[in-house]
Design a protein around this ligand. Structure first.
Ligand code: LMR
Length: 313
């Protein structure tokens, strides 16, 4: 999906929906629903199957489509098959998108797909590529609010570190509830480490098991939240999570990966790393495990990034 808009909000938008020949009918149905919803800022819905026309001059590209993992498929199969989609989309963005285009990758495995798209779009700034971990952040906020009996808007400073996978690290060490450390409001560290963190990290899979399909409504909300976080100035003292290039990060994470970290935005679509976070031994160990997983994923897809080597087949 590509969006053309200038900032700041409230800003009318035109949506270009990218599908395939096989999904054209379904895409027409989605376009009909969008039109019938009378969204106040939606001015145009266009559909197409050629990324070079759909992405033309777009300001935001939301890369949502990717194959879900089927029975018997290995992680490597998903990386290889979906990775190819992001080679093509990265190249198309490089050729026709606005040079300041922001790219938000949702299709899984989203961190590594982002790395692939980024490598294939050298004309776009690396900083403008994101993989969606806002859904995980929202899940973490919800669980902390439920446990402490507060409304979720009072839960702030929540970071998701790492991969959008079960190795992700929901950070309760730096989180705040009603402006107090979450670890003071919820003093049960055993619950935080062994129930809260795994619950958030496995929530996507748990939902698929119950519902038979991937999260949809909460993902859509989190995409809107992720965009809003970049186009509005971050509240003083707070931050948000997004998976971005690790180049120049202050946390000691290997460069050349796409890793979820705490960011602040000035509201112009750009962002900066948050410097003053505490990384205790628990966080350090978990962050390292997610980093190791992403290094392995990257090593599998080197060939899709235009480099020698790399295959998980
Ligand atoms: C989610 O977190 O809900 C999804 O990314 C899960 C999935 O694999 O579709």
């Amino acid at each position: 999906m590509a969006m053309s808009s200038a900032l700041p909000l409230p800003q009318p938008i035109a949506l270009n929906l990218l599908g395939s020949e096989r999904s054209r009918e379904a895409l027409e149905g989605v376009a009909m629903e969008l039109e019938d919803s009378l969204f106040p800022l939606l001015r145009e819905v266009n559909i197409g199957i050629d990324p070079r026309s759909v992405f033309e001059d777009c300001d935001w590209a939301l890369l949502i489509g990717a194959k879900p993992r089927g029975p018997g498929m290995e992680r490597g199969d998903l990386l290889e098959q979906n990775g190819k989609i992001f080679v093509e989309q990265g190249k198309a963005l490089n050729e026709v998108a606005d040079k300041n285009c922001k790219v938000l990758v949702v299709g899984n495995p989203c961190n590594t797909n982002t790395l692939i798209a980024m490598a294939n779009a050298p004309g776009l700034a690396k900083e403008n590529f994101h993989a969606l971990t806002r859904l995980d952040e929202n899940r973490a906020k919800c669980q902390l609010a439920l446990k402490s009996g507060v409304f979720y808007s009072t839960v702030t400073n929540v970071t998701i570190w790492g991969n959008h996978s079960t190795t992700q690290v929901p950070d309760f060490v730096n989180a705040r509830i009603n402006n107090m450390p979450a670890t003071e409001v919820i003093s049960d560290r055993e619950w935080l480490e062994n129930e809260f963190a795994p619950c958030v990290a496995t929530r996507g899979g748990a939902l698929i098991k119950k519902w038979g399909r991937s999260s949809a409504a909460s993902t859509a909300v989190s995409i809107a939240d992720a965009i809003k976080a970049l186009v509005t100035p971050t509240e003083p003292g707070d931050w948000f999570s997004s998976a971005v290039s690790t180049d120049g990060n202050p946390y000691g994470i290997e460069e050349g990966l796409v890793f979820s970290m705490p960011l602040r935005s000035k509201g112009d679509g750009g962002w900066e790393f948050v410097e003053d976070v505490i990384i205790d031994d628990w966080l350090r160990g978990k962050i390292k495990a997610s980093e190791d997983e992403l290094k392995k994923e990257r090593d599998c897809v080197m060939h899709l990034m235009g480099m020698a080597g790399g295959s998980c087949e």
